[in-house]
Ligand binder design. Structure first.
Ligand SMILES: *[C@@H]1O[C@H](CO)[C@@H](O)[C@H](O)[C@H]1NC(C)=O
Ligand SMILES: *[C@@H]1O[C@H](CO)[C@@H](O)[C@H](O)[C@H]1NC(C)=O
Ligand SMILES: *[C@@H]1O[C@H](CO)[C@@H](O)[C@H](O)[C@H]1NC(C)=O
Ligand SMILES: *[C@@H]1O[C@H](CO)[C@@H](O)[C@H](O)[C@H]1NC(C)=O
Ligand SMILES: *[C@@H]1O[C@H](CO)[C@@H](O)[C@H](O)[C@H]1NC(C)=O
Length: 181
């Protein structure tokens, strides 16, 4: 019995603290750690309440912290022809980005993900506006990107909405991201 207790104790005292404990940090779209671009031309709209007059009007109560940022890339509309980006620097080994998808007709998405190198995307997220699981007009907490194999240390993550210089029209409703540190 005594030996058993000693073993249990030494496990917690000497082993447990040396095991890296991973923690998830959730970053709301309103967190100032996230940088949105292009700045100043109103391509991004920060939302804090239902917008019944909007074409895309998710239910704010189903959205993390009741906020999201939306933007549309459309090469053929001057004010929307530059791809929008959001970026964050973080220390960690994994990142997950979440948004809301609209299954209203013709609202497609075409997003490009960058890690550390902002010239070569590591992933492309496409959505064709269909409603695969019949969940209604919006899919909340939709995973836009995840990377669980980052080397420990500081990383930059950038999400670009739209290809640029052409490509699909892309609607982004960005809600939050999580990183593991
Ligand atoms: C962090 O969140 C992701 C996505 O929900 C989950 O898969 C992962 O297990 C979580 N990691 C930790 C350390 O809680
Ligand atoms: C939630 O959103 C508000 C803006 O509506 C912002 O001021 C606040 O910092 C956000 N909370 C978190 C936890 O990010
Ligand atoms: C990452 O960690 C390093 C070392 O602790 C620190 O200097 C740096 O500011 C951190 N970066 C971010 C984005 O938090
Ligand atoms: C849209 O994507 C879904 C799921 O990937 C697929 O099942 C469906 O056939 C696609 N619809 C069109 C019109 O491309
Ligand atoms: C994750 O990021 C690394 C860069 O550290 C990249 O090489 C890899 O392709 C990325 N994986 C995914 C699934 O994007």
């Amino acid at each position: 019995m005594a030996l058993c207790h000693t073993l249990v104790l030494s496990f917690f005292v000497f082993i447990f603290p040396t095991v890296a404990r991973l923690v998830n940090v959730t970053i709301d779209d309103f967190n100032p750690a996230i940088q949105y671009a292009p700045a100043g031309n109103n391509q991004w709209t920060a939302r804090t309440q239902d917008c019944d007059s909007c074409t895309t009007a998710p239910d704010v109560t189903q959205v993390y912290n009741h906020t999201w940022h939306d933007a549309t890339y459309d090469f053929y509309i001057k004010e929307q022809s530059a791809p929008e980006t959001l970026a964050i620097r973080f220390n960690g080994t994994a990142i997950y980005a979440y948004g809301i998808l609209s299954t209203l007709a013709s609202q497609t998405a075409d997003m490009y993900m960058f890690i550390d190198d902002f010239y070569n995307p590591v992933a492309n997220f496409k959505f064709n506006g269909s409603d695969p699981d019949g969940s209604g007009s919006y899919i909340y907490n939709a995973l836009l990107y995840s990377n669980t194999s980052l080397p420990p240390g500081e990383h930059s993550f950038l999400l670009q909405n739209g290809q640029g210089g052409g490509g699909l029209t892309s609607l982004i409703l960005f809600d939050y991201l999580i990183y593991t540190t």
